[in-house]
Design a protein around this ligand. Sequence first.
Ligand code: ASP
Ligand code: MG
Length: 326
Amino acid sequence: KGEAADAAGFTVVMKFGGSSVSSAARMREMADLILSFPEERPVVVLSAMGKTTNNLLLAGEKAVSCGAPKASEINELAVIKELHLRTIDELGLDSSIVSGFLDELEQLLKGVAMMKELTLRTRDYLVSFGECMSTRIFAAYLNKLGKKARQYDAFDLGFITTDDFTNADILEATYPAVAKRLHGDWIDDPAIPVVTGFLGKGWKSCAVTTLGRGGSDLTATTIGKALGLREIQVWKDVDGVLTCDPNIYANAVPVPYLTFDEAAELAYFGAQVLHPQSMRPAREGGIPVRVKNSYNRHAPGTVITKTRDMRKVCYVTVSVYSDSSM
Ligand code: ASP
Ligand code: MG
């Protein structure tokens, strides 16, 4: 698997969560961050901008009971439109990048309002607009900077999942499909892949599925395993994994090493570190996951591997804090 990755030149996955791409300013910083590691050939994975996922879910809930004529007036719809159009404007991009999505989103909310129901399947489709838009904006911006990028919707890239809407599992067929497509496209026309986190395609329904809240981490580790990369980087806006919530205790310090089991356990107990399922592909592929701070880009962050040196015992409290916006 390593040889194939070398042929296409990919070295790492760089995953950026919602708070890292929440505005034009943050997107500029992330583009600068990527370009400041010229030795890397990254595959970029993005979440939806800021609180967009929450806003899409809220808009959907409101649409169920508001009645079709009022669907266009849902406040969260206005917030989502304003955020994406303003970001595009501030980055000097063309609004046509997202206008089709914004129109369709409004239509979809009207449909939900008319039907007076929101199935799990429709909810996943609705929420997918967040990642579909953030990745298109960011890829267009990289291209504008002269750094060739190519946007991918995970559901077209080969992410095949169960049909468990809102909490789908990734199926094995995903790994070879994703590797084949990313390698093939790179060989035809090299460009940084910018992939939607969180999304997949149900194997029977062929409909858009989601991997559960915070699922972009799982997207990142799945790509890491598929390509046999050196490292999976999860970029946050704090120093890696901290010993406790810095809002509670100011002297929280970064934990340098964790094992996959420890990280999974922390996630299971509700620490906002990483998606609970996301350690599995990394463990299976033997690929280290590094949690890094975008405000302190050269700090080593927290490295998560199979084993760590237990002589340097470090006690990690369960209340680990990591990211302000999911
Ligand atoms: N945007 C999705 C969420 O907020 C996925 C993610 O951020 O990883 O849950
Ligand atoms: Mg998010």
